[in-house]
Design a protein around this ligand. Structure first.
Ligand code: OSB
Ligand code: MG
Length: 371
């Protein structure tokens, strides 16, 4: 049965607390939620683009445009076929978050057709995934230390802190002095350039698990100049958009770890290719996050159940992000700093239509109308 209808929802949800990175502060999370109806089944996907550029060039407006004007018209009436949809998306030359939301909704349907969980459909091998928490920039070192204490008390076994110029080495020193043993990593979100290498050499003695994306959002070359100066692994996030970028980064030894965000690399298909490449080359990966709603989170958890996701992911419990979510059940932190992988067919969470309606600022449907 062909794809009969696709609906887009522009969703806006208030975060439990503002999230500050080197590129800006977010109070509300805007994203595009996709609903695909085909074969008597409904699939859901999330495009976690932001209201403005900063993390990447994609915004909720460009996502809407790419889906409405290019992808949806070419997909309506076509069979549910993940590989063909991946191929179709290649013609966009980018717009990876838009592609991911669509592909994710199709994966949800395919897994339901097969009566298996998304995790199984993707090749997942475990029923719990190790997770940590990503903490935004705080007003002071004391405030950050208090936050870390709070998250450790909740059971998070790995802490990531955001850094930016003027809030970096001293902050790492203070945090390490307070918590000498915790699994700690930093994320610069592209705030530095190669002349800042001495700062990272100084950070090398604080036993960080990794340093995430110190240099430009699309840079690989400068990272390849920094990695040999450090013991601490560099982890690339922003600059890996495809398998080709991952090959380049590994061949140039620009990093020793890769953060895979399915939305950044166009979907689960490309995520798995990067995962397999890294596995073959002995490079650990972990699943990053984009402050997703329960829909995107369920997809990230399923992906993180693949075997080479050996470092804790940025996939925290639902209550770390929102007081009310649009999918149920909520994800809760297990005492061993893991989230459980949903086992029911498809995504394994149910969309709460009432909550979705409440948070939807704009909606548009394409194809046949379905009640
Ligand atoms: O760089 O990993 C990042 C959130 C938005 C944009 C970029 C990033 C992040 C995070 C949050 O670090 C991770 C999460 O969803 O918990
Ligand atoms: Mg990052």
């Amino acid at each position: 049965m062909p794809i009969e209808r696709i609906a887009l929802h522009l969703v806006n949800m208030r975060l439990v607390a503002p999230f500050e990175t080197s590129f800006g502060v977010e109070h509300d999370r805007q994203c595009v939620i996709l609903r695909v109806d085909a074969d008597g089944l409904t699939g859901w996907g999330e495009c976690p683009a932001e209201r403005t550029c900063g993390y990447s060039y994609e915004t909720t407006t460009t996502v809407w445009h790419a889906l409405k004007d290019f992808l949806i018209p070419r997909l309506l009436g076509q069979p549910v076929d993940v590989a063909a949809t991946f191929q179709l998306g290649e013609y966009l030359r980018g717009h990876n978050m838009a592609r991911h939301g669509l592909e994710a909704a199709l994966w949800d349907i395919v897994a339901q057709q097969q009566g298996i969980s998304l995790s199984k459909a993707l090749g997942g091998t475990c029923d719990r995934v190790a997770v940590g928490v990503s903490i935004g920039i705080q007003p002071s070192a004391d405030a950050l230390i208090a936050k870390i204490e709070d998250y450790l008390a909740q059971g998070y076994g790995r802490i990531k802190i955001k850094i930016k110029p003027g809030y970096d080495l001293e902050i790492v020193k203070r945090v390490r002095a307070s918590f000498p043993k915790i699994l700690l990593q930093v994320d610069a979100n592209s705030a530095y350039r190669l002349p800042d290498a001495p700062l990272f050499e100084a950070m090398d003695e604080y036993g960080l698990l990794l340093i995430e994306q110190p240099f430009g959002w699309d840079d690989i070359y400068e990272h390849s100049k920094l990695q040999p100066l450090l013991e601490t692994p560099i982890c690339l996030d922003e600059s890996i958009h495809s398998l080709g970028h991952a090959v380049l980064a590994l061949d140039l030894k620009a990093c020793k770890v890769i953060n895979i965000k399915p939305a950044r690399v166009s979907g689960f298909t490309e995520s798995r290719r990067i995962h397999d490449l890294c596995q073959a080359r002995g490079i650990p990966v972990w699943c990053g996050g984009m402050l997703e709603t329960g829909i995107g989170r369920a997809g990230n958890v399923a992906l993180a159940s693949l075997p080479n996701f050996t470092l804790p992911g940025d996939i925290s419990a639902s209550n770390r992000y929102y007081t009310e979510d649009i999918a149920e059940p909520l994800f809760a932190l297990n005492p061993d700093s893991t989230l459980s992988v949903p086992a029911s067919p498809g995504l394994g969470v149910a969309v709460n239509e009432k909550a979705l309606h409440k948070f939807t600022e704009r909606k548009e449907s394409f194809g046949h109308s379905i009640k």
